[in-house]
Ligand binder design. Structure first.
Ligand SMILES: C[S@@+](CC[C@H](N)C(=O)[O-])C[C@H]1O[C@@H](n2cnc3c(N)ncnc32)[C@H](O)[C@@H]1O
Length: 87
């Protein structure tokens, strides 16, 4: 069953405070999150100067990999439903 907008916001407002820390903890059980993020961004085939919109960007854990590809002339726009994740 799909969650509605307010249910998603409730869920991620609760998770926002510890989101970055808990994402990094996956490393302890062998999940190479940073590597998967890098590989996912590489698959986008971004070029310097491109504009990228990440829908559901959360706290921005992909941004460092995306910005590296976009370079100083590129534009990155992060969009998220949950205010606390963006903060
Ligand atoms: C699992 S988190 C992933 C965050 C980030 N992309 C990352 O890789 O760490 C999912 C995010 O998607 C957002 N989200 C879920 N549905 C959305 C929608 N319809 N529009 C925008 N953001 C949405 C949530 O608020 C949450 O921050």
């Amino acid at each position: 069953m799909a969650l509605g907008k307010s249910e998603i916001q409730d869920l991620y407002r609760k998770r926002a405070r510890n989101y970055d820390i808990s994402a990094n903890l996956y490393y302890l059980i062998g999940f190479r999150e940073a590597m998967y993020r890098r590989l996912a961004v590489a698959q986008l085939g971004l070029q310097p100067g491109d504009t990228l919109v990440e829908i559901g960007c959360g706290t921005g854990l992909n941004f460092q990999y995306e910005l590296r590809e976009l370079g100083p002339t590129g534009t990155l726009i992060g969009v998220d439903l949950t205010d606390a994740m963006l903060r």
